[in-house]
Design a protein around this ligand. Structure first.
Ligand SMILES: Nc1ncnc2c1ncn2[C@@H]1O[C@H](COP(=O)(O)OP(=O)(O)OP(=O)(O)O)[C@@H](O)[C@H]1O
Length: 272
């Protein structure tokens, strides 16, 4: 059973449809990267999932249950949400921010403390940061707290909207590595919005490439590059898709082999 299911979903903010009959099924444990140009509807899709934006027609199921049947507060507590400017609570310490959902659930203080410690280790934050306030953290550290906070209630689904867009490149790379490791360890279902091809290719077990409210292609990074569904995909990825794949040693080796094999050489996009 799909954890998230969209069937012919449309959404308009007034003029024209921003989502145009979108179908998407996400299985448990997938790391989906939602890729596409600014304004193509990525954030809208994401916010429909946690009920922050209503849709017009079609249906959406979360955990097999129609969105309309969910108690929205309960739903949101089961879905972690991480955004670019993370919105940590400024008057709460790092530990309190991380344990926020647990405190709402009235879980015992000792458990909150243990959970916060475990999550700080997981996202690579030194424990001595626990009593600090958000204003005393760097951008990358704030994002780590944001990720830890989103993980605290052990949500099945985590939505991430350009979470690493505002940090420097080195920190961004580190955060990407860590997110990949967290996903491998926790095996939750992640939907991650980005307009950065490199990031989408690096993180996604499956990439969903959107364009003006429709999905042009979904597939593994490799499938998108080797078997682009249409000219849009081919143009969008261009050399960047190919080069992003080459960043991964393993895929790079597969490519070397593929380049030697006449059978699929033609499917590899030209590098000029
Ligand atoms: N509340 C709103 N009212 C009116 N139009 C909106 C609203 N929110 C989004 N839109 C429009 O809907 C379209 C899709 O927006 P959305 O934020 O989903 O795109 P996106 O792919 O996430 O873009 P970006 O990468 O720039 O964040 C855009 O044209 C945007 O201007």
């Amino acid at each position: 059973m799909a954890v998230i299911e969209f069937q012919k979903v449309t959404k308009s903010y007034g003029e024209g449809d921003v989502l145009k009959g979108l179908d998407l099924q996400v299985e448990k444990g997938e790391f989906i990267t939602l890729l596409g140009e600014s304004g193509c509807g990525k954030t809208t899709l994401l916010k429909i999932i946690n009920g922050m934006i209503p849709f017009d027609t079609g249906y959406v199921k979360i955990g097999g249950k129609l969105l309309s049947e969910w108690n929205i507060v309960e739903l949101r507590r089961q879905i972690g949400y991480v955004i670019q400017h993370i919105g940590l609570f400024p008057h709460m310490t790092v530990a309190e921010n991380i344990a926020y959902v647990l405190s709402l659930q009235k879980s015992p203080k000792t458990l909150q403390q243990q959970k916060a410690e475990m999550l700080m280790d997981l996202v690579g934050l030194p424990r001595e940061f626990m009593p600090r306030y958000p204003r005393e953290l760097s951008g990358g550290q704030k994002q780590r707290v944001g990720v830890a906070r989103a993980l605290a209630a052990e949500p099945e689904i985590i939505l991430m909207d350009e979470p690493f867009g505002a940090v420097d490149e080195r920190t961004r790379n580190q955060l990407q590595e860590e997110m990949g490791a967290i996903h491998r360890q926790m095996n939750n279902t992640i939907l991650f919005v980005t307009h950065d091809i490199q990031e989408a290719m690096k993180l996604g077990t499956r990439v969903v490439l959107m364009n003006q409210g429709v999905i042009e292609q979904t597939g593994t990074p490799r499938e998108l590059v080797l078997k682009p569904a249409n000219d849009f995909v081919r143009r969008f990825l261009g050399n960047k898709g190919y080069l992003a794949l080459l960043d991964d040693d393993h895929v790079s080796r597969m490519y070397e082999e593929a380049l030697k094999s006449e059978a699929i050489t033609e499917e590899i996009p030209a590098l000029n």
